[in-house]
Design a protein around this ligand. Sequence first.
Ligand code: IMP
Ligand code: MG
Length: 187
Amino acid sequence: MEDDIAQILIPGDEIQAKVRELGIAISHDYADRRPLLVGVLKGIVYFLSDVLRAITIPVSIDLIAISRFSPEREHTGVVRFLKDLDEDIQGRHVIVVEDLVDTGLTLGYILKNLRVRQPASISVCTLFERPQHRIIPVPIRYSGFRLPDCFVVGYGLDYRERYRQLPYVGVLRAEILGITQHCDERI
Ligand code: IMP
Ligand code: MG
């Protein structure tokens, strides 16, 4: 599997250091509010479990699973909930935890859906983002890394359901992806 990686973009130790920083920031900001972390399956399980262990205040978690309508509605951001929240979030302080926010379409739809349920507050924590691709403005309070314009895998991010378990974020070899990417700068 590691032979399929052309380049490591963000090493595992940098990811772990950033995840700890995010956990400390959340612990500080939500000190007396017992937040509910809502993760979007499946890619989130890696980041969620690491950031949870960096949070030092009482916190609960819940999970949703979505699927994008495809192919003709792929870019509308409309998603279907395959698994909804277990908990009622009315009056709760919700933090939506995402692995990667790109266009913001998926997250925008999720936020719209969750806001209807009247949480006391809702914020977003994403480990990776590409602000340069944003179509829908989404309020991201905590952000780990900005990614360049190339497709990456690892630490939860997949290519056809593979490579999620890599401890780093890397770029696939051109033969695997079917396209050549130039991915040398971090922004
Ligand atoms: P968007 O913000 O609605 O455009 O969608 C972001 C989602 O697209 C992420 O949660 C990923 O599932 C997927 N995605 C976008 N870019 C990448 C990538 O480089 N590698 C793996 N998945 C990606
Ligand atoms: Mg995803």
